[in-house]
Design a protein around this ligand. Structure first.
Ligand SMILES: [Zn+2]
Length: 412
């Protein structure tokens, strides 16, 4: 070992502690010896760092390792301490706010969900978010453990370095300094990112993407968003704009529908929730009979994804056709993305997840038809484990990732 200056030494120590925490996240429980084997760090280093992590309560000891060969002195298992602290995840949806608090074992401790349809202005929604967040934060602090941070997902472009929402076409918001606003209300680190990118991160850490290093995550709802995990890391792009798959142009000419972003023929205009609704509306408008009209008459403002799914379960041909066409358009975009990314898994989430069973057959068939077998073989399209919570769990994940990768600030 050569001489190291103290800066290098501190950086090395941080890297090793982070490696230990990440390993315990992936494989706990592990003994100290198990940790040494997995990380390649020597037992002395492990011992010192585990002591530090135990002292601040980030990890805890449990049980004994029966497989230990060290007879007479059984090893003790280590795992992240569920009570180490809490994380607050927020999703600002197009028409709702969702907030969850989880412990360090990522078990949901509390949950708030509110429609924002009653608020008439952007300011009113932001005021409400800040109010709910303050309440949630005060509640989380009550157990005396740290609040590791607040993650916030928004349906738009985010300048991640500054936590600024630049443009959210489906909300109609532009240039909102979300991180600064929230930091003025509560005393915890704040992270802001695109909701679909966060969904990918959340599924990668805690969901259908665990143990998979190359993932494509698609969220289809009011908008269509994407997140890409390459080599185990979220592809953020230079400024955090990567994954805006909903605005790939897939149609041109007279058929192209105007998107909320201002462009024409974006993927979300044919593969999002509104596209599904429009297909139902058009069929009914053209005089096709459907069980749906028995429920809501001709008032198409009452259309919903659960209603369409219920109709499909009753073998309603209008619903089945609309879902099939939507599945085909989803498949067209996913096929292109699979060609680009070569993922091992595609995770599907967002508001359309409740229709997954009806979307999947055509989605998968279209992907098979439009990609080479070498590329699509072995790629499964699976539902997001956290369903409609995928984004808010992603908001949790961005904070969790920060704790795991930068544990120093919690070690004082
Ligand atoms: Zn667009």
């Amino acid at each position: 070992m050569g001489k190291q200056n103290s800066v290098d030494h501190a950086a090395m120590r941080d890297m090793n502690i982070s490696l230990i925490l990440n390993t315990l996240h992936n494989e706990s429980p592990l003994s100290r010896i198990g940790l040494a084997n997995r990380t390649g760090l020597n037992k002395g280093t492990i011992s010192v760092m585990v002591k530090d992590l135990l002292a601040v309560g980030l990890i805890r000891e449990i049980g004994t390792d029966a497989s230990s060969t060290d007879v007479g002195r059984p090893a003790i298992f280590l795992e992240p301490n569920p009570d180490a602290g809490s994380i607050i995840g927020v999703e600002i949806g197009v028409d709702y706010i969702s907030i969850i608090t989880v412990n360090f074992a990522i078990e949901i401790i509390s949950r708030r969900y509110e429609s924002t349809l009653k608020y008439i202005s952007q300011q009113a929604i932001i005021d409400r978010i800040l109010f709910l967040l303050k309440e949630t934060y005060e509640q989380a602090k009550k157990n005396g453990r740290p609040v590791f941070g607040v993650g916030i997902g928004v349906p738009g472009l985010v300048d991640m370095a500054n936590g600024r929402l630049l443009f959210a076409p489906n909300l109609g918001w532009e240039d909102v300094p979300i991180k600064a606003l929230v930091e003025s209300a509560i005393d915890a680190p704040v992270f802001v990112a695109n909701e679909a990118n966060l969904a990918a991160l959340g599924e990668s850490y805690f969901g259908a993407g665990q143990n998979s290093s190359f993932l494509l995550s698609i969220s289809s709802g009011v908008g269509v968003g994407g997140g890409i995990i390459l080599n185990g890391r979220l592809a953020e792009g230079v400024y955090g704009f990567a994954g805006e798959v909903g605005h790939m142009t897939v149609q041109q000419g007279a058929h192209a529908i105007r998107c909320n972003c201002g462009n024409y023929g974006c993927w979300e205009t044919v593969a999002g929730r509104q596209a599904l609704f429009s297909r139902i509306e058009t069929a009914i408008h053209n005089g096709r009979s459907s069980w749906i009209t028995e429920v809501i008459g001709n008032n198409m403002t009452h259309l919903s994804v659960p209603l369409i799914v219920e109709a499909a379960r009753r073998n309603d041909q209008v619903a089945l056709d609309a879902l099939q066409e939507t599945g085909e358009w989803l498949g067209i975009g996913i096929a292109s993305l699979i060609n680009i990314i070569n993922p091992e898994r595609v995770i599907f989430g967002g508001a359309l997840i409740s229709a997954f069973e009806f979307l999947l057959p055509t989605m998968a068939q279209t992907v098979n038809d439009r990609t080479w077998p070498w590329i699509h073989e072995g790629v499964n399209i699976v539902a997001a484990k956290h369903g409609e919570d995928a984004s808010v769990m992603g908001s949790v994940a961005i904070v969790y990732r920060d704790v795991l990768n930068n544990p120093r600030k919690w070690l004082q």
